[in-house]
Design a protein around this ligand. Structure first.
Ligand code: SAH
Ligand code: SF4
Length: 385
């Protein structure tokens, strides 16, 4: 039997090409796209304004297949974490974070991650596989329509998407791009480019591609002011060192929907969080500034510890002192509020509980060559312990 196409794999242009193959006009693709993404429909029989002949063809050649949620955890602060089955024992997570003026969905791009950052539980899992476009967009499709049903309303609930879940989005570029386009499409989710953020550990060539193809807001996971330190924390730095990365940020700015890049900086006790590190960052940012304007902002992320990392969260006084050095130098700096702590939905806790940890540990042992001395023995506030 010929396999059917999953229509979640297509952006509108892809769907139009698919409809063309079925001998259908472009406006039919638009109608279909709206049924799927705006109304959450998966059943062609529901799409009553499509000709019966088209619905018949679709039922033979196509399907709308989302992801199966394995679990849902609701946090006391309103944050919701879903764990989705992606087959072969792999699962990915999406997290909804409600705030007064927005609803943000944190979306995964890969099962596991090949970059292997020292402080990231996804990185410690190793890489399983890329998510398809359909699997990326299915997280938004599911969450948006779940939340609308729950609210009993047709109003849009999710206003922002951040590609900050599991995986390195720019190492899954071909599948990411149609998913981003569907998020932005007025016939899809209609999100503005400013409200869709790709977060990257610094895949320089793909940052340039993104600037050309779909310049959404960009966040760059910097985490260190020097190559010596960043090489160890973010192994991809050995391929694309800091100077190259910051030059790529500057090139991106010419296309970006915002006039700044956000640098994420995970605060690790005794590793990258001293006043001296902050001063080096100021120097780095100044060295790469073009003109006099603000060109970057810092988002300091309190580290979410997990046992295998051997690292600790910086004390909040240390974070404040670090922020002060940046602020005094005129660099806009915020400290990320930790959300969904009670359900392990905070950044870097997205490893899930379904992986076979023994296998994972073996893979990590094979893949990881870097070593940083543990700064202290982990105790206390570790939820996975
Ligand atoms: N791979 C991309 C996007 C996913 S990670 C990237 O690295 O940017 C999203 C953010 O969470 C990154 O800034 C990452 O550095 C941060 N992060 C990862 N593990 C973390 C942890 N244990 N505590 C706090 N932040 C973490
Ligand atoms: Fe991958 Fe990002 Fe985690 Fe690094 S921080 S291992 S790039 S998901």
């Amino acid at each position: 039997m010929q396999s059917t196409a999953n229509l979640l794999d297509f952006d509108l242009q892809g769907l139009a090409a698919f409809c063309d193959q079925l001998g259908e006009k472009r406006f039919r693709a638009t109608q279909l796209f709206r049924w799927i993404h705006q109304r959450g429909a998966a059943d062609f029989d529901q799409m009553t304004d499509l000709a019966k002949s088209l619905r018949q063809k679709l039922s033979v050649h196509a399907r709308v297949e989302g992801l199966r949620p394995i679990s849902q955890h609701d946090s006391a602060d309103g944050t919701i974490k879903w764990l989705f089955d992606v087959g072969d024992g792999n699962a990915v997570e999406a997290v909804y974070i409600p705030e007064d003026d927005r609803g943000t969905l944190c979306v995964s791009s890969q099962a596991g991650c090949a970059v292997g950052c020292r402080f990231c539980s996804t990185g410690h899992q190793g890489f399983s596989r890329n998510l398809s476009t359909g699997e990326i967009i299915a997280q938004l499709w599911y969450a948006e329509h779940f939340l609308r049903r729950r609210a009993g309303s047709d109003e849009r609930v999710i206003s922002n998407v951040v590609m900050m879940g599991m995986g390195e989005p720019l190492q899954n570029y071909a599948n990411l791009l149609p998913a981003l386009r569907t998020m932005l499409d007025d016939h899809g989710y209609g999100l503005s480019r400013r409200r869709v953020t790709v977060s990257t550990s610094g895949v320089v060539p793909m940052m340039d591609r993104l600037a050309q193809d779909c310049p959404v807001a960009l966040a760059v996971s910097l985490h260190a002011p020097s190559d010596v330190l960043r090489d160890n924390l973010v192994p991809l730095n050995r391929k694309y060192p800091i100077d190259e990365l910051l030059e790529a940020c500057n090139r991106y700015l010419e296309f970006a929907p915002r006039d700044f890049i956000t640098f994420e900086y995970c605060m690790l006790d005794g590793v990258n969080d001293t006043a001296e590190h902050a001063r080096q960052l100021v120097e780095l940012v100044r060295r790469h500034a073009r003109g006099t304007g603000v060109w970057c902002k810092f988002n300091l992320i309190p580290f979410n510890p997990f046992p295998a990392s051997g690292l600790l969260r910086s004390p909040s006084e240390q974070v404040q002192a670090f922020a002060k050095v940046l602020l005094d130098a005129g660099i806009v700096t915020t400290v990320r509020k930790t959300r969904g702590d009670d359900i392990d939905a905070a950044c870097g806790q997205l490893a899930g509980d379904v992986k076979d940890r023994t296998r994972v540990a073996e893979r990590i042992a094979q893949q990881r060559s870097i070593e940083i001395k543990p700064v202290a023995v982990l105790t206390g506030n570790n939820k996975e312990a």
